[in-house]
Structure formats: C-alpha cells, structure tokens
Design a protein around this ligand. Structure first.
Ligand code: PMP
Length: 284
C-alpha cells in the first residue's frame, strides 16, 4: 500500500524521513487517528479541527486545509475499498540542519498519513469488559494537545499490562481524568458522567459523540470531575476512543465494578454508537 508523505504517495516500505527531523529528535509534532467505516472517514471534520487546535498549541500553521486532507485521506482509503480502516496522520515540525531547542524560523513541516485495517475491538473483551488500574498521572500539563510524545502513556500502559489489566486510568490531584489512550466515563444512579475538558485530558472525538448521543436519546449526563474514590462506587465505568468505541470496564484495581458485568447503560450507549456508524455506511 501507498502512504502519503510530503505531497507524494509512495510505497510504505520506501517512505523515509531524515534523522534530523524534529519529530525524531524531540518528539516535536502532533497526530490524529481517524477511523473509517465502509471506506468513509468517521467524524472527519472534528478530527481535523482538533488537529488544527493541536498545531496552533505548538505554534504551527496548518500546512493543509480540510479539503486537501480530505482528498488525501480518500485516496489512501480507496486502496482497501470499502473495508473498515484507520488513518494515522502525523505532522512534525520538520528537519532542520541543527539540533536546536528553539523553534527555527525556516523549517518545512513533515506531513505523513497512512491507512491500515482497523484494530477491531475484541468481541470477547467487549463481552467480558475491560480491567483497569488507577495510576498517578506523570504526564505534562498540556494533555489537551495530541502530541506524539507519548512516553508517559506508554509506561502507564505497560504497567497496566504487567499487572494483568487492559488500561490505566490516570489520576492527578485525586481526580481520574482519562486513560492512557482513552477518555473516561462513569455511570452513577442513572447519570452518565465524564470529566470536563481541561488541559489535563485529550478532548476525545468519541467522548463528544457519546455526549451528543446521550443528549439525542434523552440520557441524563453531566460533565463533572470524577475523583479516584468516586470511581470505586460507580455503577458502571466506560472508556472511549475512536478505535475502542465505547468499552465497558468491569474491574477496577482488581475488584469488580458493581456486579462485575457490562451494565445496561453501556449496552444502550453501545447500540446508539453502532447505529451512528451504520448511518455513515448508508450514506455510500
Ligand atoms: N485520551 C488519550 C490520551 C488518547 O490517546 C485518546 C486516543 N487517541 C483518547 C483520549 C480518545 O480520543 P478519541 O476519542 O478522539 O480517539
């Protein structure tokens, strides 16, 4: 398959970037992961808006507009026809002659996008529910930027795996903000709760969609902070992301969440989410 690199479509195994690229040297860049169903990108405008917000936050001018990205992504997706796929898109500040912390004035950004078969949710895991642990959030203060620098997320995810869990919920000042690669939801007495947007979490596209679907379906919801303690008495816990969609969490720090089974509100939201994806498919 071909990927997009700096204005060209080239075979994936022939794509090369300079070792002087600031993405490589400093992790100086941002990214997006965009799911595509039936060959069509899902929530594309929202993803590209977030990309531009990430770029603005790191003082970069958007190198392409939405229409230009849309054309590139469609060409990438066409290669696998109507298969469900995911796009990985990355922009770094580019290669500069010297390794300098200061942002150089004259530097061409590196643009890359590739499509691959989607990391489909494991149906067994969906049925059983995920197991999570809480960990201290050691990331920086701008988690709202979708930066390629993910070491803290990687370390937390590895620790979760070592402890037999599937994901870590990151806790800062006693508040559970999000997962290493997902947003957090809790259900308590019929109310769906997710932490408000802040610099301590990524404004997830799936998070916003879940709130939108809750509103449309008349499900009571609130954006309110969730303490790590409150999480222990939740009726349901979910995590969301573009590839995981809405996943039930049935174990927290080794203990069952409520009765230890995916809850009825999760089932309802998962069905609403599936219906929303289906609406995209029918547009073909
Ligand atoms: N938080 C973090 C830290 C993430 O990496 C992700 C996944 N990219 C999310 C939340 C979920 O975001 P989205 O729903 O846009 O995939």
């Amino acid at each position: 398959p071909l990927l997009y690199l700096n204005g060209e479509f080239i075979p994936e195994d022939q794509a090369r970037v300079s070792v002087m690229d600031r993405g490589f040297l400093f992790g100086d860049g941002v990214y997006e992961v965009i799911p595509a169903y039936a060959g069509l990108p899902f929530r594309l405008r929202e993803h590209l808006d977030r990309l531009n917000n990430s770029l603005a936050a790191i003082r970069m001018t958007p190198p392409l507009d939405h229409e230009q990205w849309s054309q590139i992504l469609h060409r990438l997706l066409q290669q696998r026809g109507s298969e469900d796929q995911q796009i990985y898109l990355q922009i770094t500040r580019g290669a500069y002659g010297k390794r300098l912390h200061a942002i150089p004035e004259q530097v061409q950004p590196t643009l890359m996008a590739m499509a691959s078969p989607i990391n489909r949710r494991d149906p067994e895991l969906v049925a059983r529910g995920m197991s999570v642990i809480t960990l201290e959030d050691i990331r920086w203060q701008r988690c709202d930027i979708k930066a390629i620098t993910l070491l803290a997320n990687i370390l937390a995810q590895s620790q979760a795996r070592e402890e037999g869990a599937d994901e870590a919920i990151l806790v800062r000042d006693g508040l559970a903000n999000e997962g290493t690669a997902s947003n957090l939801f809790m259900v308590k007495e019929g109310l769906v709760i997710t932490p408000p947007k802040s610099t301590h979490l990524l404004p997830g596209i799936t998070r916003d969609l879940v709130l939108e679907l809750a509103m449309e379906d008349g499900i009571p919801y609130a954006e309110a902070s969730i303490s790590a303690d409150e999480l222990e008495s939740a009726d349901e816990i979910w995590i969301t992301s573009s590839t995981k969609e809405v996943m039930p969490v049935t174990r927290l720090n080794g203990k069952p969440v409520a009765n230890g089974l995916p809850g009825p509100m999760w089932e309802r939201m998962d069905a609403l989410y599936a219906a929303c994806k289906e609406r995209l498919r029918l547009r073909t």
